[in-house]
Design a protein around this ligand. Structure first.
Ligand code: MG
Length: 380
């Protein structure tokens, strides 16, 4: 039986957090979408169509490079999106429909589903028995107990006899709402069965799901601590910029960018934990485009590199070394700015300051220095 698949990947997935949609974020070093495509290929699925969003074209290209999949644009509803995917599939006997947000897909489940279809079902899906008690609620108030016997949680991929799936989609309209394709085929009278589901097929929904699925998939994570140091000379000016906050002062700081030593040290600390070199390698001082640059760009870049490596920034700590200006009155704003740019809760961002008791270049107020540490949790 010729096997084809539609992967639905057009969603925005806002609940999962992150700067890019969850299907393109990294899981154990690979984009989420890529895991599913590779597993389907290994399971002998010869044609794979991915339903995607126009604004994700670049992310899609990077995530599926070299895999030979077809992209089609999704519609306003899941029904429209799957319909678009089906239209792009050629001759096939067996069609799998899968959510990109379930990257733990593995070839054995594809074989089990295929066997269920070959045994006579029109549709088949992995399902897991419900372990928790079930209640119906209205807001917080419990209004009914729900018998859980006979209830299961249904996952994807779902497998269908191609004719049954195509006929069912031909019979429904785009404004009819279905939570999955088993429901579409059943609405058209198709006989559907379940096969044993698997924890690896969990759907990535919330930010913490990424680390959980990585553990389930057997990926080890390690903690890496990076450190960074920076210094800038005082010169002409009426303010300094430290950790993104402008502080009035009788001098300014001399530097190619905005000379924010606090964030420069922090960028180097994050790069250090990632083994990604230093700030000068990413933003060469010789490059005129960084002249006067806002260091927020550098910090966002470091955070993006961490995200791309599947790493999470757990905690950062910046120490500013200077006699003046006084840091104390501005400290909380610096923490808040840093937390905002890195997307961290405030309690995981520390900014503090010390003097050098008037010793050395800092004591003579020739310049100002900063050091930082960044703790990252990342795939081993
Ligand atoms: Mg610097």
């Amino acid at each position: 039986m010729k096997r084809a698949a539609v992967i639905v990947a057009a969603g925005r997935g806002d609940r999962a957090g992150g700067e890019i949609p969850k299907q393109y974020r990294t899981l154990l070093g690979r984009p989420v979408l890529r895991w599913s495509v590779e597993a389907l290929r290994r399971a002998g699925v010869s044609e794979i169509v991915v339903v995607t969003a126009a604004e994700h074209a670049k992310l899609f290209g990077a995530a599926t490079e070299g895999l030979g999949v077809t992209a089609v644009l999704g519609g306003a509803t899941r029904t429209e999106s799957v319909r678009a995917g089906l239209a792009a599939i050629g001759e096939a006997d067996l069609i799998f429909v899968h959510d990109a947000a379930r990257p733990g897909l593995f070839p054995a489940i594809v074989e089990t589903l295929a066997s269920a279809i070959e045994a006579g079902a029109q549709g088949a899906a992995p399902a897991i028995a419900v372990a928790d008690s079930l209640r119906r609620v209205d807001g917080a108030r419990v209004v009914a107990d729900v018998e859980r016997d006979g209830l299961v949680r249904v996952q994807t991929p779902q497998a269908f006899r191609a004719g049954a799936l195509r006929d069912a989609y031909a019979a429904i309209s785009n404004d009819q709402s279905f939570t999955d394709d088993l429901a579409v085929v059943r609405a058209h009278g198709g006989v559907c069965v379940t096969v044993p589901g698997d924890a690896r097929l969990m759907k990535l929904t919330y930010p913490e799901d990424f680390a959980l699925l990585e553990r389930i998939m057997g990926g080890d994570r390690i903690v890496c601590v990076g450190n960074g140091v920076d210094a800038h000379r005082f010169g002409e000016g009426d303010h300094v910029t430290l950790c993104g906050v402008n502080i009035p002062h009788s001098k300014g700081l001399v530097g190619h960018s905005d000379a924010d030593a606090g964030w420069h040290a922090l960028v180097d600390a994050i790069l250090g934990a990632l083994g990604e070199g230093d700030i000068g390698a990413h933003f060469p001082p010789s490059d005129p485009q960084w002249k006067g640059a806002d260091s927020e760009r550098f910090l966002r870049h470091a955070a993006h590199l961490a995200d791309a490596a599947g790493a999470r920034i757990v905690h950062v700590d910046v120490t500013l070394l200077c006699e003046r200006p006084k840091i104390g009155p501005h400290r909380e704003r610096m923490r808040q700015r840093t937390a905002d740019v890195l997307g961290l809760p405030l309690e995981r961002v520390s900014v503090k300051a010390t003097t050098t008791e008037r010793m050395g270049f800092l004591g003579r107020e020739e310049g100002l220095a900063a050091q930082a540490t960044a703790t990252l949790d990342r795939p081993a």
